[in-house]
Design a protein around this ligand. Structure first.
Ligand SMILES: Nc1nc2c(c(=O)[nH]1)N[C@H]1C(S)=C(S)[C@@H](COP(=O)(O)O)O[C@H]1N2
Ligand SMILES: [Mo]
Length: 387
């Protein structure tokens, strides 16, 4: 179905008024979707259930025949259509896709809205702090394998991907749908995947069962879940998720620039132990090994710096090398001496292209690509009276 205005349901995108707190509507989104608990940054591959989740509408229920009694290819009744400007339109089921040569890629994915909740003024949407990230091993078929089988015609310039989920957003009824320029869709660096497995198991319902797109290095919105159709188009796609949402704009009228690759970010496993309500960290005095992960959609992270005094002075952390050709986060660690009192720890990543993280809050209307440095307030206890 084409995108169409829906009479009677219209909520324009807006930014919160000065001092306006998080609303019940934002809380409803924050409760449906969820982030990575920061202590789970300790895992190189995010354990099942701890990877962040972002779903615009409802999770579609596509039955999994494999999960029930009796044989079956899985996802009975589901098929992936490949059409538009192609020589041979295809209709593939999961068995067809599993019969093609498979690859597995470790990919860090992050929501473009990560960091939005701290913006002032705050764009009213899913209120992420910094935790909308996760890393998984995705198994599937390179998209270019399937496109080559269909035979892309010379006039095609974009591939448009449609999910099985449906909803209304700012008054526009739509299927979740995004496009990629053909050079990205058929490229090898990154190589776009049609993934049917996550960490060696079929995709969980919330992560796109039975099939999703994985676009290494790009923000989450490009990784279309519950993929049911790929259409090759001879012009740029102008649907809602492409032309209205996911653009870097200063004002509502500004056409803006499209949101694509992930800006560099480092996150820290908060040290010590938390206060239940405030999440303030409590640390015993003495040497502490700070650790975390860092990533960038523009290439490897080459430098991670840590500050123990709110960003006045910095020290280099040790950073693990990125797997060649890989798109997964890199581990970092740094020593720190916890001295009694209150401190703010800060961490900052820089990638091979020289992109880094700002110390002052940047701002755009959608709250996208905000890679402001993470600040972790800690209270170090007096003396070691427990020793
Ligand atoms: N079909 C569909 N695909 C989707 C979405 C969606 O709502 N519907 N959300 C996108 C967004 S905004 C993000 S950040 C990622 C989140 O993927 P995850 O939930 O597997 O972490 O999926 C993307 N793919
Ligand atoms: Mo997202």
């Amino acid at each position: 179905m084409d995108e169409a205005p829906l009479n009677g349901v219209s909520a324009p995108g807006r930014v919160a008024a000065e001092g306006e707190g998080i609303s019940i509507e934002e809380l409803a989104l924050a409760a449906r979707n969820h982030g990575l608990p920061l202590e789970a940054l300790r895992y190189e591959v995010t354990p099942p259930g701890l990877h962040y989740v972002l779903v615009h509408y409802d999770i579609p229920c596509i039955p999994d025949a494999d999960a029930g009694p009796g044989p079956g290819p899985g996802a009975d009744g589901w098929r992936l259509g490949v059409g538009g400007r192609v020589r041979t339109p295809l209709s593939l089921d999961l068995a067809d896709l599993r019969a093609l040569p498979a690859v597995t890629r470790r990919v860090t994915m992050e929501c473009a809205g990560n960091g939005r909740a701290r913006l002032a003024p705050r764009p009213v949407s899913q209120p992420w702090l910094v935790e909308a990230v996760g890393t998984a091993d995705w198994t599937g078929v390179p998209l270019r394998t399937v496109l080559a089988e269909a035979g892309v015609l010379p006039e095609a310039v974009e591939a448009v991907f449609t999910g099985a989920d449906h909803g209304v957003e700012r008054g526009v009824e739509q299927d979740y749908r995004r496009s990629l320029p053909l050079p990205v869709a058929t490229g090898t660096d990154p190589e776009v995947l049609l993934a049917y497995a996550m960490n060696g198991a079929p995709l969980p319902p919330q992560h796109g069962f039975p099939l999703r797109l994985v676009v290494p290095g790009w923000y989450g919105m490009a990784h279309v879940k519950w993929l049911r159709d790929i259409t090759l188009a001879d012009g740029p796609f102008t649907g809602f998720q492409q032309a209205v949402a996911y653009r870097y704009r200063r004002t509502a009228e500004d056409p803006g620039e499209p949101v694509t690759r992930i800006a560099p970010r480092a996150l820290m496993v908060p040290p010590g132990f938390p206060d239940f309500m405030s999440r303030v960290r409590v640390v015993r005095p003495g040497p502490v090994r700070l650790e975390g992960r860092a990533w960038s959609g523009y290439g490897p992270v080459t430098r991670v710096e840590v500050s123990g005094d709110g960003g006045r002075t910095w020290a280099d952390a040790e950073v693990a090398a990125r797997e060649p050709g890989g798109w997964a986060w890199q581990a970092w660690s740094a020593p720190w001496t916890a001295v009694p009192g209150s401190h703010t720890l800060v961490v900052r990543a820089t990638d091979a292209a020289g992109r880094s993280q700002p110390l002052e809050q940047p701002w755009n209307r959608g709250g996208f690509g905000n890679n402001l440095v993470q600040r972790v307030p800690v209270v170090v206890l007096p003396g070691d009276d427990r020793a």
